[in-house]
Design a protein around this ligand. Structure first.
Ligand code: 13P
Length: 254
């Protein structure tokens, strides 16, 4: 059985007090989190310690970083390494979000290095992929995503890839209020799983959680999550509201 995951990506939102309040409100909602479910909250770097402290002792919750640098340490002012995250007991890190690929010009080679550095610190990467609108309308979205996987993921060993979480986030659905249809999302998730199967075999491919991201809300999560190859969501805007995010957590399939 694969893990079912509701992951929040706060991006660059909320000040210190608001961040603290949101985590408290979420814990107060007391969402049911059965053993095979996981709630992950990716917060900005300065809030990692505070967030980890607030959720400590609450089973089913974990804190993630939204990025780490592609070098292990050194004179890289302003950057944060995977070993720093590990030393704070952070166990998850988003890698390759489309916003970072776009605004920080992150390359597939850098993403590969980040993945290796995460694994070296026993941090589970949440690897993001997804096509832009031009490819959805005029190209082959599955082929585009397959290239993203083969560029950055397929240098991984079977042992490493078995530890990974993948998030499919069509760029045209992020923050737009436009979700992929349930059928479009399932089609892509199945294509990703089939591609993983062809490279690493079905036992590994069947065990990897593949999350959908892009305008997931409390009122559409159910329809998206009922698909057989969709194992939960990576949620931006709706994760900034405790009630809304709790509805998404509760929509995870049992
Ligand atoms: P939205 O849920 O705001 O569309 O953001 C999705 C996302 O980018 C999560 O990483």
């Amino acid at each position: 059985m694969r893990k079912k995951i509701a992951a929040a990506n706060w991006k660059m939102h909320l000040n210190w007090d608001e961040a603290k309040e949101l985590i408290k409100q979420l814990l107060d909602q007391n969402p049911a989190i059965p053993p095979l479910h996981q709630v992950i909250i990716a917060v900005p770097f300065p809030y990692l310690g505070m967030a980890a402290q607030l959720i400590s002792g609450r089973s089913g919750f974990a804190i993630a970083a939204q990025n780490c640098y592609h070098k292990s340490s050194g004179a890289y002012t302003g950057e944060v390494s995977s070993s720093m995250l590990a030393s704070m007991a952070i166990r998850y890190c988003i890698i390759g979000h489309s916003e970072r690929r776009k605004y920080q010009q992150e390359t597939p080679a850098q993403l590969s290095e980040k993945l290796q550095l995460c694994f070296s610190q026993a941090i589970t990467p949440i690897f993001c992929c997804g096509e832009p609108l031009t490819i959805r309308e005029n190209g082959d979205p599955c082929d585009y995503v397959r290239s993203q996987l083969s560029d950055s993921l397929f240098p991984l060993t079977p042992e490493q890839i078995a530890q990974l979480i993948i998030a499919y986030e069509p760029i045209w659905a992020i923050g737009t209020g436009k979700t992929a249809s349930s059928a479009q999302a399932q089609e892509m998730h199945l294509a990703i799983r089939n591609y993983l199967t062809s490279t690493y075999g079905s036992v590994i491919a069947e065990a990897i959680p593949i999350l959908y991201g892009g305008s997931v809300k409390g009122n559409n999560a159910d329809a998206i999550f009922t698909n057989p190859d969709i194992d939960g969501g990576l949620v931006g805007g709706a994760s900034l509201n405790a009630v809304e995010f709790t509805a998404i957590i509760n929509a995870l399939p049992q």
